[in-house]
Design a protein. Structure first.
Length: 102
């Protein structure tokens, strides 16, 4: 388990950096029902695993509902975001690591 603190990054959204190196980062994000991971883009490749909860996920032009055990991939510079429909946790991996998170 990481010793890094949980940071509030939005209403009903908290983030904890678990571990990272120059080429890879793992981040846990917990959401209250109704929490929003606003549409955004970045230069990193991102793979997200739904640990728990239910999320409406948008990646590019596609929207889908994801549940525990589901994943999504967001290529660099592709717009993506989530809305939490039932309280849950996402595990986000980024390559390279997100320098803006540390």
């Amino acid at each position: 388990m990481s010793n890094e603190p949980w940071l509030t990054v939005g209403e009903g959204v908290q983030r904890q950096v678990l571990t990272y190196g120059p080429d890879l980062m793992l981040v846990k994000v917990r959401f209250a029902t109704g929490g929003i991971g606003a549409l955004h883009q970045h230069v990193h490749s991102q793979i997200t695993y739904v640990e728990s909860g239910v999320f409406r996920c948008t990646v590019g032009e596609e929207e889908t509902v994801l549940r525990a055990g589901d994943t999504f991939y967001a290529a660099p510079t592709v717009w993506h975001g989530v809305e939490c429909l039932e309280t849950g946790v996402l595990l986000d991996s980024f390559s390279p690591m997100r320098e803006d998170f540390v």
